[in-house]
Design a binder for this molecule. Structure first.
Ligand SMILES: [Zn+2]
Length: 420
């Protein structure tokens, strides 16, 4: 009934223009009506009407006066980031990040703790729901309403249904409806995607990829994965598994068994788990005094430890990092030829640990790709670091709430709560 009412009040073309105008204001810190007219190719009258509606509904507010063009200077428009708030979670293989974010993707509260994704959905999501309630209760100055939830998970997700699909490192999660789990408990719409897509979205809207339309984001953490931005939009593919590059076959060596069960996968030789495994072997073989010191001090070798040792010039560690960088670089060089991006972003815990990995990726990509594809190609480290996942999850929810299909369902009521 509410939907029919909304459709009567808001004819289709009005809703189209409303989404256009809101998108334009959201994409800028402040915006004038004249700028919206120019950038969106809408008439002055349509922009004036839709802006008034957004002001009336509390999604946009008036800011400072803009530059005068003769008469009284018009007040600039600002998106009301605080009209509602969002709960977001980024689930890694070994950690949980949760945050409260505003509608602009700014984090108000952020908490991280260790976790094991292999404990299964009931245990892990139960802990996330508990953390959500704790951080909400611990933030009394929050005056707005909860409008949505976003979750990134470290495996393939069927985006339309928010369902995990045969995730290799997530036993017990296959077919689990992650979105439904949270919408039933919190009564708000929920969006779920794999963690790498979510991180790519974070870098696109609030990080190093801002202003770029064609981007490949690669995460080198425990595993390896990529998020693809094509023509300004995240490219999820037919089933949501686009960019699942960690399981591209890169070696014929039958001894390299991946956690997905196949042999020769990229992440089985170049991911964080592989670096840790090879670092330990190097230390035990007596080929690196520095890594052996790490084993003695911390009881184990991590990928970050290998990257740290490489940064201090340890030859065996440099060799491991360079080999991983070369393999990831080869994959990225192929991606460059397929997609012609203007930016490659290197993120994930292993990439943050030192410069050696980035240097070897750059060397391979620039050295093996055609000149036209690399003429204006930048290769940069993630700007958001370990916040990329939660910032991206907030962006995903905001994009969803203000999308054409979703906004029409709730704008008449003033809030998307209970419109799951
Ligand atoms: Zn694999």
């Amino acid at each position: 009934v509410a939907t029919n009412g909304a459709r009567r009040e808001l004819p289709e073309e009005n809703l189209d223009a409303l989404v256009e105008v809101l998108d334009d204001i959201r994409a800028h810190t402040t915006r004038s009506r004249a700028e919206i007219v120019r950038s969106r190719n809408l008439s002055r009258a349509v922009v004036a009407q839709r802006v008034q509606e957004l002001l009336d509904r509390g999604l946009v507010e008036l800011g400072d006066a803009g530059p005068s063009t003769g008469g009284r200077a018009p007040r600039l428009l600002r998106f009301r980031r605080d009209a509602g708030h969002l709960l977001v979670a980024d689930l890694g293989a070994t950690s949980i990040d949760v945050a409260i974010a505003d509608l602009g993707g700014h984090l108000l509260v952020h908490h991280q703790e260790p976790a094991d994704i292999a404990d299964g959905p009931e245990a892990v999501l139960g802990r996330v729901a508990e953390l959500f309630r704790e951080i909400l209760a611990g933030t009394p100055r929050l005056t707005s309403e909860l409008w949505g939830i976003g979750v990134g998970v470290p495996g393939p997700v069927e985006f339309e249904t928010g369902r995990a699909v045969a995730p290799p490192i997530m036993p017990g999660w296959d077919g689990f409806l992650v979105g439904e789990y949270f919408s039933q408990r919190f009564g708000v719409p929920v969006w779920v995607d794999n963690d790498v897509n979510v991180m790519a979205l974070g870098e696109l809207r609030a990080g190093v990829a801002r202003g770029h339309s064609n981007v490949v984001f690669v995460k080198i953490g425990t595993g390896v994965g990529a998020g693809l931005v094509v023509d300004g939009h995240l490219h999820r593919g037919a089933q949501g598994s686009a960019g699942d590059v960690g399981h591209i076959r890169v070696t014929d060596d039958p001894a390299v068994i991946c956690r997905c069960g196949k042999t020769g996968c990229l992440e089985a030789v170049a991911g964080g788990a592989a670096l840790a495994r090879d670092g330990r072997a190097v230390a035990e073989a007596g080929r690196s005094a520095l890594l052996l010191e790490l084993v003695d001090a911390e009881g184990e070798v991590t990928a970050e430890g290998v990257a740290w040792a490489a940064g201090r010039g340890d030859p065996a560690s440099v060799e491991l990092i360079r080999r991983a960088g070369a393999l990831v670089g080869d994959m990225l060089s192929t991606a460059v030829h397929f997609l012609n991006p203007s930016l490659l972003v290197i993120g994930g815990g292993v990439s943050a640990a030192g410069d050696e990995l980035l240097a070897s990726i750059r060397e391979v990509v620039y050295g093996t790709s055609l000149p036209l594809a690399t003429r204006d190609l930048a290769i940069q480290r993630s700007a958001l670091g370990h916040r990329a996942g939660v910032v991206g999850a907030a962006t995903m929810v905001a994009d969803g709430l203000f999308s054409r299909d979703r906004l029409g369902l709730w704008i008449e009521r003033g809030s998307p709560a209970q419109t799951t």
